[in-house]
Design a protein around this ligand. Structure first.
Ligand SMILES: [Zn+2]
Length: 217
């Protein structure tokens, strides 16, 4: 098991999500665990499509989940939900500006093989934009049945997972019409990922690590 940072080292994290609940679903447990470790951690959190009631939800959930981080920066953009592939130029500009402002140690973004077109657009722009960074792609369960085989895992405590799920259930009222959006979905997926990596408490979040550069000194 590799540590994400050397003990106590400051960690700078960028989280990218197309919609207001994506980051929480994909990487919420990992972020809660990192913050609980009490290491210095700076988190830059970007939701690309958050307007109207979803903006308020996104802000509230991020603020609760990130409580305890050393610094947080929450950015909400207003790209049109479901139409990211028609807003390519504007999205590209947004990413180019983001790149000039930050240089994180690790980036969490959507998976290449995600069935949602907005998610894939964010995936592509992440890789186009950030060439010298560790990128981990998180997964979002959905009706399409697009889950794959992760090759990187973060084991979670049961308490961290329960906190993630509680935040999801409390914060995202607009999602409740989706029949899959319930604790059993999130608990079940985390249990499977925990089984796959032999997590001590049985739960984990899974990621795709597409490229890894190793230093020998
Ligand atoms: Zn989404």
């Amino acid at each position: 098991m590799l540590p994400l940072t050397l003990h106590g080292e400051r960690l700078s994290v960028l989280c990218l999500g197309a919609h207001s609940d994506d980051i929480e679903i994909g990487v919420g447990g990992t972020l809660i665990s990192l913050i609980d470790e009490a290491r210095p951690i700076d988190i830059h959190w970007c939701v690309l499509s958050a307007s109207g009631p979803r903006a308020q939800e996104a802000l509230e959930a991020a603020n609760i989940l990130l409580r305890g981080a050393s610094t947080t920066n929450i950015e909400l953009a207003t790209f049109r939900d479901g139409y990211f592939n028609r807003q390519g130029a504007e999205l590209k500009d947004w990413f180019e500006i983001l790149k000039t402002r930050i240089s994180p140690d690790v980036i969490f973004t959507h998976r290449r093989d995600d069935a949602h077109q907005d998610h894939r657009e964010v995936w592509q722009l992440t890789w186009n934009t950030f060439r010298d960074h560790l990128i981990l792609e998180y997964e979002i369960p959905k009706w399409d049945g697009d889950l794959g085989q992760p090759n990187a895992y973060v084991p979670l405590s049961k308490a961290a997972l329960e906190r993630k799920i509680a935040i999801l259930m409390e914060a995202f009222g607009t999602q409740r019409s989706k029949d899959w959006f319930d604790p059993a979905t999130f608990m079940g997926l985390a249990r499977l990922r925990g089984m796959e990596c032999r997590a001590p408490e049985g739960y984990a979040e899974g990621f795709t690590m597409r490229k890894l550069v190793l230093a020998v000194r």
